[in-house]
Write a new protein. Structure first.
Length: 445
């Protein structure tokens, strides 16, 4: 039986827009109010999925959510028919529209924390949807995320689903973006590294400028829920300086795969401690730490290029492929670092760059767009089959995007009831393409 990492990418939704919603995320604020191109965004994401699937990596698709989120507006006191709800919100509180219209569930790394069956007490794959409660526009994702994950990974023999952690600052949880699994082989018990931005109990270090989204308390709760062994779980504090420089998730500054951890020198508060704890927990498997010093690449260059928001994937020959955003090729320092990395004879043998500009302008690179799920053959066979990207699914999805998506969207468009209808019509059709059943709260008239 084989065990592998599958990547489930969030399909970009029809309302992808630039709302400037994420304080602490430099790209999101820089593009506030710019016109977006949802069609191009979805096609860019699909092109990455297709290229990786063609190279033999297991690739799945997570459907987007209903936006604008009418149920969220109703919870805030708007009433009447759906189009009235939208119009009333646009009239009285227009700043809500980008929030409830954000296609942010595309960043599937934040959908949930996933622990593979080799790591959990009951031998099942565990999922905890992230409450994402640090930002309103993301806090409304988890109920539908939970339904989608349960539709794709049916609860029972192979998969266990938890509800999101309590929606309060103490348990701020951003899912897989702050979670890295290290292991010898995918089927062996691994080390789960949880990186948090601050511990709410006590007076430990915390950023000054930007919020720390993930708390230690949340990470510990997820580890408990998943039944992880304490000797193979590491909790590490993010460097507050990095958060203040725009590292709002740890996956903006570090990525791991198997026994390799690729990271910037400023990623962790106490780097030596974190590396020692990971090495100890890996026991006989040596930790290969690839550290990029500040002198080689500044924190600012790391954030601007998103070098570490890369996917580190194991090829069939055992060597690793680093999937980076195109911005890395355009940054001379990063490009020259990568050339040197390939010549170094280390585990990373190949770099592949993708144009993900539409997502990048909101702070979402290759790693943000995907949820990592380690599966063995039996577990993979239990996954709802329609979500695997294949030679037939890819052209169906691109045709679906071409049919339903606009190629230009501004903030004013989000108040248009026609956009809501277009979006619902598209999603309704998508559930049939992917075979995921009724995951959305709306009903088409
Ligand atoms: O949560 N951007 C997302 C980007 C998430 C990236 N994910 C990972 N690093 N794993 C966020 O900040 C911007 C939306 C806007 O401004 O319109 C946004 O939500």
């Amino acid at each position: 039986m084989s065990t592998f990492e599958a990547n489930f990418d969030g399909l970009v939704g029809p309302t992808h827009n630039y709302g400037g919603l994420s304080r602490g995320n430099v790209a999101s604020l820089a593009h506030d109010g710019a016109a977006s191109n949802p069609k191009q965004a979805a096609l860019q994401g699909l092109a990455k999925m297709k290229a990786l699937a063609e190279r033999g990596f297991r690739q799945g698709v997570l459907p987007p959510q209903e936006r604008p989120d009418i149920a969220a507006l109703r919870r805030l006191g708007f009433s009447g028919a759906d189009s009235d709800v939208l119009r009333a919100a646009a009239r009285s509180t227009p700043q809500l529209l980008p929030q409830v219209g954000s296609a942010s569930c595309m960043w599937a790394a934040n959908a949930a924390t996933v622990s593979p069956s080799a790591d959990t007490r009951d031998g099942r794959v565990h999922f905890t949807p992230a409450n994402l409660n640090s930002k309103f526009h993301r806090s409304i994702e988890h109920p539908t995320t939970a339904r989608i994950l349960q539709a794709i990974f049916p609860a029972g023999r192979h998969f266990a689903h938890h509800t999101a952690l309590p929606d309060c600052a103490l348990f701020g949880d951003e899912g897989g973006a702050n979670h890295t699994r290290l292991c010898a082989e995918y089927d062996a018990a691994g080390v789960e590294l949880f990186v948090y931005g601050r511990a709410m109990s006590g007076n430990g270090p915390a950023p000054h400028r930007f919020p720390a989204r993930q708390t230690r308390e949340a990470s510990e709760a997820v580890a408990r829920l998943h039944g992880l062994a304490s000797g193979r779980t590491v909790f590490a504090l993010q460097n507050p300086t990095a958060i203040d420089a725009g590292v709002f998730h740890n996956d903006v500054i570090a990525v791991g795969n198997r026994n390799v951890l690729f990271f910037h020198a400023q990623a962790f508060h106490d780097k030596a401690d974190v590396l020692a704890a990971c090495a100890r927990a890996l026991c006989d498997t040596p930790l290969v730490a690839i550290e990029v010093p500040e002198a080689t690449l500044s924190l600012q260059d790391a954030v601007a290029s998103y070098l570490f928001n890369s996917q580190l994937l194991s090829r069939a020959d055992g060597k690793m492929l680093l999937v980076v955003p195109e911005e890395c090729r355009r940054n001379a320092k990063v490009a020259s670092y990568l050339d040197g990395l390939l010549l170094s004879g280390g585990p990373i043998a190949e770099v592949l760059a993708f144009d993900l500009k539409q997502s990048m302008q909101n702070g979402g690179g290759p790693a943000c767009l995907r949820l990592r799920v380690v599966l063995n053959d039996l577990e993979a066979a239990a996954v709802t089959p329609g979500v695997w990207l294949s030679e037939t699914l890819y052209p169906r999805l691109t045709a679906w995007v071409e049919r339903h998506y606009r190629d230009r969207l501004t903030e004013a468009d989000l108040a248009d009831p026609q956009l809501l209808l277009e979006s619902r019509t598209a999603l309704d059709e998508l559930t049939r393409i992917l075979g995921v059943g009724a995951v959305y709260p709306f009903q088409l008239a």
